[in-house]
Design a protein around this ligand. Sequence first.
Ligand code: GLU
Length: 477
Amino acid sequence: MTVRTRIAPSPTGDPHLGTAYVALFNYCFARRHGGQFILRIEDTDQERSNRRSEEMILESLRWLGLHWDEGPDVGGPHGPYRQSERAPIYREHVALLLEAGHAFRCFCTPERLEALRQQQRAQNLPLGYDGHCLAIPVDEAERRAAAGEPFVVRMKVPRSGECVVHDCLRGDIVFDYAQVDMQVLLKADGLPTYHLANVVDDHLMGITHIIRGEEWIPSAPKHLLLYSYFGWTAPELCHLPLLRNPDRSKLSKRKNPTSLRFFQRMGYLPEAMLNFLGLMAWSMPDGEEKFTLEEMVRNFDLQRISLGGPVFDMTKLSWLNGRWIRENLDVEEFARRVQAWALNRDYLMAIAPLTQQRVERLSDLGPLTAFFFSGLLDPTPESLVAGKLDAAQIRSAFDAMLARIDAMTVWNRDTVEAELRGVADELGLKLRDMLKPLYVAITGRPAGVPLFDAMAILGKDISRARIRQAREALEAA
Ligand code: GLU
């Protein structure tokens, strides 16, 4: 058997650390066994998915050097590798399930489902579909569907008995079927849900081992049931422990930067990132903390994965990155990396138009542009509260900015300006007053190059991290 693993990101936001972490383990396992590593885009959620996010995820994984053998960009024998291009395949498979009586059409209105949820909540019952439409005879359901009545397709789930999920790290996990929801497989718009598309694709793409985050364990009973309904052998399941913040909460972008682009812009080396992500749940047999991707592949063994909640601690990452920079790059290579990071023509060409009219000597560029080549700036509360707004007002403004920035998918001068104007309007602040502390947060100084342009060039991730840090500096103020 040829080992085939996959990473299956949903392109709904910034490329996430967790995606790189899971991709790394899939990559190592496939390479260790001379198998293949596949990239599939799970974009069935049409409202939240977008192409820019897909591009960024691919770019970030490429930057890390986790090359895939098949994927939407490189093709392969099991394409298309983007779920939005596979709708007919899912419809065919839903038809098979309906025909065999493993699934049923559900005509319940959103209002009925909401009322059901409320009632279940009030009675402290587990939330889930109550099987209302199971009672509709198949020919009647077909007639109603043919007449144009909106419906979804749900999977049937036994109402009693147990489902045993075998996880290759945890052993058997037992679920009562009574706790498993009659999951929607096909939505009213004719597109599949994650569960259906994921199972169908893993099977058709010949995936032998599913290595993914532990947040998917509760979905496993539904998936195993689908495999058995289709008469397919399920892949091996292996759920990795979730990455955590230093306070042990689940890693989330609300607390700490999680976008791979942030780490790239901060000047972490891809080798150090992979090394650190590897250390999150795995260790070398000899306990060595610093290792290359190739060394990880050579020594990879699923059984060396540890299930403790791994803490993504940026201080430790920085320490490891420093070691990589000092110990693994010769001067020539160090210079090349610096150049690729921010001393490249594209970056300089973005900065040049903002600065040319503001200098008398080229040497004025140093202080004027230092913030373009820096990470976090550690502004003091005094420097932030130097204008008309008090600390509480600035904090609210920063909070509102962070919320808006989070939701932005298009990042350029105009969108940044529009959102910031929106914040000022929302809070009833004068734009000028609000931009003053923001200027300090973003550039570390009270004045200099135009702010919206600067933020556009710095990118969303660094801008957001600087605002968050300034917000924290004001916490005590
Ligand atoms: N699209 C899912 C995600 O975004 C994939 C989960 C899985 O690997 O099955 O994580």
